[in-house]
Design a protein around this ligand. Structure first.
Ligand SMILES: *Cc1c(COP(=O)(O)O)cnc(C)c1O
Length: 376
């Protein structure tokens, strides 16, 4: 059976990227690795649209999030968390794990953050050191307005920290222009390589916090990471093969052009929404993002069964709902190495399985809507 990975991470890896990942491993204290490291960092700066330093970590995205908390804050600090879903909530949990009591703005899942609430909280709590938020909230399919948040937060003494783990390389993000201080990226989503790397951009304003931060850390210490950048190295043994994969993936993104990459995601997102709507289904997200589409499971259909049937009988993996949304939504990705025929296939798969489960639909209606949208 052929496998289709239509989940919002991990995402499909292009063959040329897999090829580079399988090249012979080189030692990480060599000029050769230094060249690889520098190319990767330059490529990451291009995708993040930043001139700021980039710290590369061998860890999944969550490790990158934890590193941000550990490096920016000190005991007793005030921090604001924007919770628009599972990943916003993850910021909250990480900060709590370090013994701090974050202030939280929680929106009903499916909504983006109301910028006015952030503005108000920052006025009431001028001691807030950092605002933690999410670009594309993968659990709900929502995009937050990072540009507006940047305008607000940059006027205060707080830094803006954005989890762009699923958003980077899928949803427009202009780190420097939008005054974002810290961006966290993960490797297995828009960057099109397997899981295992995280990258963090750090602005001058954020470095001041890092230099004064007193939370415990060792492996994830950004200052150690910054000291190694000059040498073209990481402080500890990096996932060398993933660096090789990432160099190729970044080269592909650069060749396509980052704005074209965003436009492709936007187009696939629009087509996916048109496809599911044509089947009489409803989009869950109020402000849908370009990385993943969340769809309400229709009345009388078992959402988990839908997902499992698609995977086990047809080899097509989509994602279900997480936490409170389990069984209530399913999520279809258009993220990373994906093209129009991937989107057509996943809507076709959904039609077949939904019909099998007894949902009333006209076969081909969703696919037709997708094709119409994609032909525009
Ligand atoms: C996937 C994801 C994470 C978690 O990353 P891991 O690599 O699983 O640790 C965090 N935030 C967002 C928005 C994500 O999509």
């Amino acid at each position: 059976m052929k496998n289709y990975l239509m989940t919002p991470g991990p995402t499909p890896v292009p063959p040329e990227v897999s090829r580079d990942e399988s090249l012979p491993v080189i030692h990480h204290r060599t000029k050769e690795f230094g060249a690889l490291f520098n190319e990767v960092v330059e490529g990451m700066k291009y995708v993040c649209q930043t001139k700021n330093d980039i710290i590369m970590l061998t860890s999944s995205g969550t490790g990158g999030m934890e590193a941000c908390v550990a490096n920016l804050l000190s005991p007793g600090d005030k921090a604001l968390v924007i919770n628009t879903g599972v990943f916003g909530e993850r910021w909250f949990k990480i900060i709590k794990a370090f013994g701090l009591e974050p202030i939280e703005i929680k929106e009903d899942w499916g909504n983006a953050v109301d910028i006015k609430k952030v503005e108000k909280t920052l006025k009431e709590e001028p001691e807030i050191k950092a605002v933690f938020t999410t670009l594309t909230e993968t659990s709900t399919g929502v995009v937050n307005d990072i540009k507006s948040l940047g305008q607000i937060v940059s006027k205060t003494k707080a830094v803006l920290v954005v989890d762009a783990i699923s958003g980077l390389g899928a949803q427009e993000l202009k780190t420097d222009d939008w005054k974002v201080d810290v961006v966290v990226a993960g490797s297995q989503k828009g960057l099109m390589i397997p899981p295992g790397l995280a990258a963090i951009c750090v602005s001058e304003k954020a470095w001041k916090l890092v230099e004064n931060s007193k939370l415990p850390k060792f492996y994830f210490n950004f200052l150690t990471g910054r000291a190694s950048i000059k040498k073209g190295q990481t402080p500890y043994t990096p996932a060398v093969s993933l660096f090789m994969a990432l160099r190729k993936a970044l080269e592909m993104i650069k060749k396509e052009g980052v704005d074209n990459v965003f436009a492709r995601h936007q187009k696939l997102a629009r087509a996916t929404r048109a496809g599911v709507k044509a089947l009489g289904l409803e989009i869950f997200a109020q402000a849908p993002c370009d990385a993943v589409t969340s769809v309400k499971v229709p009345e009388g259909i078992d959402g988990e069964k839908l997902k499992e049937m698609l995977r086990l009988e047809y080899g097509m993996a989509i994602a279900g709902g997480q936490k409170d949304l389990k069984g209530k939504i399913f999520r279809v990705a258009h993220l990373g190495y994906m093209e129009m025929f991937d989107t057509i296939s996943v809507i076709a798969g959904l039609e077949i399985v939904l019909a099998k489960l007894g949902y009333k639909l006209e076969l081909g209606k969703g696919v037709a809507a997708v094709e119409k949208e994609l032909s525009k």
